[in-house]
Write a protein that binds this ligand. Structure first.
Ligand code: UN1
Length: 512
């Protein structure tokens, strides 16, 4: 590990041997139980974090409430300036933060750096947006009246994130929440608490340098009970939740019960259709990166390939060959393509899913395995595998967060689209084709039912400029680009009468 300079990285990012997991700004405190963060890379204990207890939670929310009263009065472009500074700091810390992401979460260093780049990108995007929080104006039906709409800050935004993008998802939410005048409380995954503390440390520099009130950006490293408190808390106007469909369903109904707002970013079951008119070289790279990138633990990972019968055997053979060349190992070593899964529970799930797939009739053309040996001592390294399946198998209908790729054969594009849509989830989708008619049909109302639909690009690796999210059991939320900022504000319609008369709308007469 010393070879990869992890100790220096931890030092640069302000990670200690024992950390406190609650911060409302410059100060850390915590009185809950201690958790340990082990690296899936080598199984080593990286460091410990004392989690937030109920009393810590109350302090965080109260401080955030007070901070909001001040923060909302800072003009949006000035708030944009703070986000610009955050982006600058992230550029400065990119190498260290990317490395920590890789070491604590297990994705390849390239992907860790890519994740930090997404943070920088969203900051840049949000800075420009801070001068463009436009509403419409409209003509009133009444003389001497003016109508327009404006967007106001919401209040506290609760951000609950998953282990697989331990830093970027926080930044998508925070950058937008901030320019919109909100304060944020982040509850990161308990599997990647150090990434959260590192981000908060970077944020603290911005807060300090700008003399900002405490509570604008808070972190709670805590268990699900504190997460539930956040979800149930009326003082938290918006909950942005990224995680499983199972937990998302609970979050959704709990927040709805109190008429809060939520953004849900739940499971995906993403497919690439490989048509008879596909560029196969490109398709193979897109499919393999989509399936094995982040060891199959992206929401956008490619889980299914729906392949035209005329190219099915060729695609299958080329995939088998490509999988044979994959190097699995320490993700900090740039020669490796695939790192470990997040933990041994994930390895269990991977094994169970393979078992289940076999029981249902799946034919593995590349077998899976849990890797053993010194390099794999953490017990978290698995072999990416490929199975020929029917789309209707229960296991294929389900999102397994692991590098298991399913192959399905089709004969007409209509059939391929129907297969692509015939899963409960609706996040990302793609078609590989050089045929304009096929591409347009896939993107049409009769095409993909997903929130993301790509042509000649894989399912993962969305740019931050677009709205990110999906339909059906993916939850319907959208994050990051386009006009997603509107979710982070409350909308108000204003009608102003500048005459001495009071005409009523709809021509209603009312005299006293
Ligand atoms: C996720 O998996 O939670 O599109 C987010 C992508 C990344 C984001 C994935 N930009 O793959």
């Amino acid at each position: 590990i010393k070879d990869f300079g992890i100790e220096k990285t931890l030092r640069n990012l302000g990670i200690k041997d024992e950390n406190k997991g609650t911060s409302v700004g410059g100060e850390y405190f915590a009185s809950g139980k201690m958790i340990e963060s082990f690296s899936p890379v080598d199984g080593e204990l990286i460091s410990k974090v004392e989690t937030s207890a109920e009393s810590d939670y109350s302090r965080v929310v109260e401080t955030a409430q007070n901070a909001f009263k001040e923060f909302r009065l800072i003009p949006a472009p000035k708030r944009g300036e703070l986000v610009r500074q955050l982006g600058q700091k992230l550029r400065q810390y990119k190498d260290d933060l990317g490395k920590l992401v890789s070491y604590e979460m297990g994705k390849s260093l390239q992907e860790g750096l890519g994740e930090v780049q997404e943070m920088i990108d969203i900051c840049d995007f949000a800075v420009g947006l801070s001068r463009q929080l436009h509403g419409f104006t409209m003509h009133s039906e009444r003389p001497g009246h003016r109508m327009y709409e404006q967007y106001h800050p919401l209040g506290i935004v609760g951000i609950i994130t998953a282990f697989n993008f331990p830093v970027a998802v926080w930044s998508w939410n925070t950058a937008l929440a901030w320019i919109c005048g909100n304060v944020t409380i982040w509850k990161p995954s308990e599997k990647t608490p150090l990434c959260a503390i590192a981000c908060q440390n970077i944020m603290i520099e911005v807060l300090r340098e700008n003399n900002l009130p405490e509570g604008i950006s808070s972190v709670l490293v805590a268990d699900h009970e504190i997460g539930q408190k956040l979800v149930d808390d009326k003082r938290v106007s918006l909950i942005s939740f990224t995680g499983s469909t199972r937990v998302g369903r609970m979050v959704s109904s709990k927040v709805a019960e109190r008429f809060g707002k939520s953004i849900l970013e739940l499971g995906g079951n993403n497919a690439i259709i490989i048509s008879k008119d596909a560029d196969l070289d490109m398709s193979i790279i897109g499919a393999v990166f989509g399936a094995v990138g982040t060891a199959g633990q992206r929401c956008t990972s490619t889980r299914r390939l729906i392949i035209h019968e005329s190219v099915y055997d060729e695609v299958k053979n080329r995939l088998v060959k490509a999988y044979g060349q994959l190097k699995i190992g320490n993700p900090l070593d740039e020669n490796n393509h695939v790192g470990p899964l997040i933990d041994r529970d994930a390895v269990d799930q991977y094994q169970k899913s393979i078992e289940k797939c076999k029981q249902e009739g799946g034919n593995f053309v590349v077998e899976g395995a849990v890797l053993e040996g010194e390099e794999y001592a953490s017990g978290c390294y698995v072999k990416p595998c490929i199975a020929e399946v029917e789309n209707s198998y229960e296991i294929v209908q389900h999102e397994t967060f692991a590098p298991i790729l399913y192959l399905i054969k089709y004969s007409t594009l209509e059939e391929a689209i129907a297969i692509q849509n015939d899963v409960p989830q609706g996040l990302s989708s793609a078609i590989m084709t050089q045929n304009l008619r096929e591409a347009e049909l896939f993107l049409s109302h009769a095409g993909s039912d997903c929130g993301i639909a790509n042509v000649n690009i894989g399912t993962s690796g969305a740019e931050i400029g677009g709205a990110f999210g999906g339909e059906k059991e993916t939850g319907g939320g959208r994050e990051s680009g386009s006009d997603v900022w509107k979710y982070y504000m409350r909308r108000q319609t204003n009608t102003i009468n500048y005459t001495a008369q009071l005409p009523l709308a709809q021509g209603i007469k009312f005299d006293l």
